[in-house]
Design a protein around this ligand. Structure first.
Ligand SMILES: [Zn+2]
Length: 123
């Protein structure tokens, strides 16, 4: 290989690597930890919780009772009076676009605050 060819290969490789890194960066920011959790009861936003501050938030409505707990940037359903307990077993969520749903109590917790262009594919 001539010296010039080597340089061309190197430059093409560098550009490709940079493009790849940009895509990876975009992907990683898309799934970056969300800053807030929005709490919806019957499709109405009732509370916005800052996930940087640990704490507990009770959500009560005529359907039932839920207790949300924020810890280390994540949020989980610590307690619920629903029969299925699916929401409690869902565990902690911290990524933008993730949700915790308590169907019987009609409570939805949605993680938001991640940068624009969030990839909404849930885990
Ligand atoms: Zn539940």
């Amino acid at each position: 290989m001539k010296k010039l060819d080597v340089w061309i290969v190197l430059i093409v490789f560098a550009v490709a690597a940079a493009a790849f890194a940009l895509v990876q960066h975009a992907r990683s920011t898309a799934s970056a930890p969300g800053g807030y959790a929005e709490v919806y009861v019957k499709n109405e936003l009732v509370e916005t919780i800052d996930l940087r501050t640990n704490g507990r938030f009770a959500v009560k409505n005529e359907e039932g009772y839920n207790l949300l707990e924020v810890e280390d940037g994540g949020i989980r359903m610590a307690e619920a009076d629903c029969l299925s307990q699916t929401c409690v077993h869902a565990g902690a969520k911290s990524m933008g676009g993730e949700i915790i749903v308590c169907l019987p109590n009609r409570v939805v917790v949605k993680i938001v605050g991640a940068p624009e262009g969030v990839d909404t594919v849930a885990n």
